[in-house]
Design a binder for this molecule. Structure first.
Ligand code: FAD
Ligand code: MLT
Ligand code: ZN
Length: 471
């Protein structure tokens, strides 16, 4: 991949103007490292185009010169997808100035927004219109809808509303030759051949740059019931999940698992948190129900708790009586990632297995780590209702990450092989980026990688879109 020449920089500058081009190392620095500080890259230029046309013109210049392009959103991704890999650098294209909501159709339950819109601003815009945009994750204050789509983000409400791709009705994408593919639209039904937008969702910027999207909105729930429940183990959590489904069906929006170690880290490192229970427990579930009829979610919550207590599935439980209490309970789950960062370096494994296999996965993987790496700590938490466990490993006491990372591939192989045996995935929602490419080669279903590479070659024959990521 050629270096970004002075002539290319000049041409790019003439497209985006002085407000849209940055070459000062101090401006570039935060864009050259990932969220977790695990990857560092180099680049001589950062662009912040202000419109779809500017993005398209910039991509055309890069395509003519054959130089690499790295799209960037909120830079909260956990797999190093925003960090350039070419030694001479690639052109960084931040979408942060494309942050207009082009249309919000409350009656049609749709919203068309530009890629740089921060997720929380979209949730708030929907709320002002009396609607719900249900995509929700702990990084929602800084991640962007473009990044959410590029990574096919999941988060805490997948059980009820699906992942980012399930919420998408249309896309506008700049293709690797700089042409604009406009497939925006609010159609629920459209069978004009292949569903091409799905190629770009989850492609992590390797097939094109998403500049806008039409997203689906939902009715705002009128009743919410949030409970934090102590359970003996993941098997009890799964039995509780079955009871909750029998009672509440589709009212369940979230069913999250926390282990005590995760909670201890939250108490050690975060402010404004407190243990809702007088006694320590080993495992916890956060259950949230919503309904369109006043009182329905609360009534279902009461019944679930009563049945679960009677069957001995729940050891203790609290239900939020106010918005402040609800926020407090969610904080115990949503700050786990940040607390972990304060705790030290860790290996993150974003596993999914069929829901019924979750207890066996956690038990086998924990036992395997204990057996091979005594003294290493394991943390298991996540979106258990959809089979997605964040199974993270910390090194032995006193290790600053050196020992842990020296064993990184061996640990990954043990954890991924267990998930693979259960027909699980080594990447449930965080994607591949540059972190999981080795795993993709090893654990993608036979034939998948070849098809992905063929698609990449067809759409991006020069390989300029986010080089060194995914395939
Ligand atoms: P970035 O990090 O900027 O980019 C991610 C990838 O997408 C990169 O490869 C980039 O090149 C590409 N990209 C960005 N914008 C575009 C675009 N417009 N067009 C094409 N490609 C683009 N993820 C989950 O799925 N579920 C969670 O529950 C979750 N929780 C998180 C909690 C915390 C505290 C943190 C820090 C992260 C969490 N994440 C989670 C990961 C991350 O927030 C998501 O992957 C998010 O969707 C990334 O959005 P972003 O705008 O930050 O994208
Ligand atoms: C979460 O569910 O909190 C995230 O996906 C982030 C993480 O794995 O740390
Ligand atoms: Zn998650």
């Amino acid at each position: 991949m050629p270096e970004v020449s002075g002539a290319v920089r000049e041409a790019l500058g003439s497209v985006v103007g002085t407000a849209g081009i940055f070459t000062d190392p101090a401006d570039l620095e935060p864009h050259l490292v990932d969220e977790r500080g695990a990857f560092h890259g180099v680049s001589p230029v950062l662009l912040k185009p202000a419109s779809t046309d500017e993005v398209a013109a910039a991509v055309r210049i890069c395509a003519e010169a054959g130089v690499g392009i790295v799209p960037q959103g909120g830079r909260t991704g956990l797999c190093g997808g925003t960090v350039p890999v070419t030694p001479g650098g690639e052109v960084l294209v931040s979408l942060e100035r494309l942050r207009r909501i082009r249309d919000l159709d409350a009656q049609g339950f749709t919203m068309t927004c530009e890629a740089g819109c921060v997720l929380r601003t979209l949730q708030e815009a929907a709320e002002r219109a009396g609607r719900l945009f249900p995509l929700s994750l702990a990084a929602e204050g800084s991640c962007t809808i473009g990044g959410n789509l590029a990574t096919n983000a999941g988060g805490i409400n997948v059980l009820r509303y699906g992942m980012a791709r399930n919420l998408t009705l249309g896309l506008e994408v700049i293709l690797p030759d700089g042409s604009i593919w406009d497939d925006l639209g609010a159609l629920r039904k459209d069978n004009r051949g292949y569903d091409l937008k799905q190629m770009f969702i989850g492609a992590e910027g390797t097939l094109g740059i998403i500049t806008a999207a039409t997203m689906e909105l939902f009715p705002r729930p009128r009743d919410v019931d949030t409970a934090f429940l102590a359970v003996a183990d993941p098997a009890a959590a799964l039995q509780l999940f079955a009871v909750a489904r029998e009672v509440a069906g589709d009212m369940i929006v979230a069913f999250e698992l926390n282990d005590r170690q995760a909670l201890d880290m939250v108490f050690r490192h975060m402010d404004g948190v407190r243990d809702p229970f007088p006694e320590r427990h080993r495992w916890y579930v956060l259950l949230e129900l919503t309904a369109g009829v006043d009182g329905h979610a609360r009534a279902a919550g009461e019944q679930i708790l009563a049945e679960a207590l009677e069957r001995g599935l729940v050891l203790d439980g609290v239900r939020a009586e106010s918005l402040a209490q609800r926020t407090g309970l969610w904080r115990l789950r949503e700050t786990v990632t940040e607390a972990q960062k304060h705790e030290g370096r860790s290996l993150k494994h974003d596993i999914s297995v069929p829901v019924t296999e979750v207890p066996r996965f956690i038990a086998e993987a924990t036992e395997a780590i204990r057996a091979h790496w005594p003294g290493y700590r394991v943390l298991a938490f996540g979106h258990v209702g959809d089979g997605n466990i964040h199974f993270n490993v910390f090194g032995p006491p006193g290790d600053d990450g050196e020992q842990l990372f020296a064993e990184g591939e061996a640990i990954e192989d043990v954890v991924f092989a267990i998930a693979d045996r259960m027909r699980g995935s080594f990447s449930a929602e965080h994607g591949i980026g540059q972190l999981k490419r080795r795993a993709l080669r090893q654990y993608a279903p036979a034939g998948s990688l070849a098809m992905m590479q063929a698609l990449k070659r067809t759409l991006d024959p020069q390989g300029i879109m986010n080089p060194g990521k995914v395939v």
